[in-house]
Ligand binder design. Sequence first.
Ligand code: ADP
Ligand code: MG
Length: 703
Amino acid sequence: MPSTKHELTLLSPIEDVPGVGSRRGEAFRRLGIPSVAHLVFHLPHRHEREEAEAPITALIPGAVVTARGEVTATDMVPRGRKPRFHAVLADHTGRLDLIWFHGGYLRDKIHPGMRLLVQGKAKSHPRSAPGQGALQLINPKWEKLPETDDPPAIAETRLRPVYPASEELSSQAIEAAVAGVLGQALPLIEDHLPPHFRKERELPELAEAYRMMHAPRDTDEISAARRRLAYDELLLLQLGVHLRRAELRRTMHAPALRWTAEIDGRILARIPFALTPGQRRVIDELIGDLTKPTPANRLIQGDVGSGKTVVALYAMLLAVASHQQAALLAPTELLAEQHAQSIAALLEGSQVRIELLTGSLTPAERSAALRRIESGRADIVVGTHAVLTERTTFADLAVAVIDEQHRFGVRQRATLREKSGDESSMPHTIVMTATPIPRTLSLTIFGDLDVSTIPDLPPGRRPIVTTVLPEREAAVAYEAMRARLDKGEQGYIVVPAVDAEELRNVRTTMERLEHGALAGRKLAAVHGRLKRQTRDAIMARFRAGKIDALIATTVIEVGVDVPNATTMIVEHAERFGLAQLHQLRGRVGRGSADSACFLIGDPSTPDAQSRLEALATTTDGFALAERDFEIRGPGELFGARQSGLPPFRVADLMRDLDLLRMARRDAQAWIDKSPTLDAPTEALLKRRLLKAYGVELGLGDVA
Ligand code: ADP
Ligand code: MG
């Protein structure tokens, strides 16, 4: 039994809303609106100005207009099976053309002599000719008026909400439903922010914000409502982040590692070059973290080639010096292998036991390795990120370094907790990335990260000159590469696929170059489908200078470090992301010779074009990260896919930076005063916070 109008609550099913009923209810539910609350929270994505009813000559082109008059002519314009219906509406001031596409059904409904009230968006007539009205309405809504009707009711100009709608449910239908419940629903909406807090920030009350969103009196009201609702989203997220941080600090501990000048000296003796000032500063920040019994959570940003590996090595050796374990996790096997090799080389002759854990171990090798890790017979474990998700148990993991993973999420970090047998302890976490988090984002989900930056590159690096070329000028790039190879330098050719037919792929590129531009040079292919031994052998020969150029997929994207390689050519560059291209380019420019990078591609979208242009203009990874953020927008970066968090409904990280800063400051202060949000006055706030972000932020324990 549908309940009566008077009994509506926020929890009432959508079917109870006046005019909805069970059939429409289905359509609402399919749009994610099962209840009155969901209906009120279904916000318009924009507003349209709807002008007051006016005489025809006073109608404003571009606006949604309302007019009335007499039909003076009608016409059917045949168009196959979908004829158009035309009508002319006239009042004492002028005439208006009405056009309905697929309007055949109107032939029997609208006749000359009838009086109509019409509403629609007014467009200037494309070919205004004498005898035609200056304005037309396409597919207007219409209503028949009595023969002699009253003078026009002076309807008011208003801002009409436009809702996200579906094929079966129009924005108008949603508007009508909202209008039917708003009066009853608004008084039931409780505000989770205390009045004095709102007043200080000039934020409207929550119910009032919803009213102003659905039925604004003017555009200022829309802005005020937006501001409140956007602030709420940002504040809840920030509170969640800070709540979690406070909780971790209170309940979790990590091994406090020992640091002495003597240990420092011993570690530095292993590093064959002087640290850059940036590296040293970051190492000092790490020492500060690792010698405390609270789990560190630090992001180290440093451009490609800035020397993050030795910083990681320092942290790991600090663990080893305290007789604890460390892990270094890389995004690809190739990189893990290379890390293991270079660390082994640096630590040659020491007691430190390194364990390389990759997917290419035999089952027997693997279980032997896992046993060594579990029993503490391995000091430094090097593997891929998969080590985190697999059932690897450590004897006493003190430091986990996650390399090249700037989106190391909250959930992944949570898996680290399980890596130590003790429920209340977790390793110090260090995430390293060459793709810095744009400033805005670093204030949001990454709000609980401490960030260190290596701003400088090791001395003696030469600039990389980047050239963007269209496909038909690719020969220029290969000519340049040939000249370099002839001087004994090496190069990379990157293609997007191993053998996909529609793209330049490893196989066909190899054939083409062997018999063309690079004939007579020693070429080899590397890609993810090769066996590890084969790939290792090729990389070793490349490093030894026995191969001139590698034709590769993005397996070489990160970490590959061959200083003699000075030319990079990327085919179909438009297919790669900006960060990826920056990483790829970082494979050259590692030695003392000048390097060149050629991006070959015919970008078909403005975004792809901007990406390539950005790369040609700068080699600064920080500038590129900001640019990438601008091009792609936060939706991409902040989307559920990347971060595991639901996207904002109202807040817009580009636009609302000031609100974000305010929310962050407020959340910090709030949690400092009330670290668990357990005051009775905070109950509603906490409930809403947990509902919005609890799962994603791993706030289960707090709930
Ligand atoms: P990334 O930050 O991209 O991971 P790496 O750690 O791979 O960079 O370092 C790039 C190269 O620079 C390596 O060959 C490394 O040995 C070298 N390197 C790192 N730090 C220094 C330094 N302070 N002086 C000279 N060379 C350095
Ligand atoms: Mg690196």
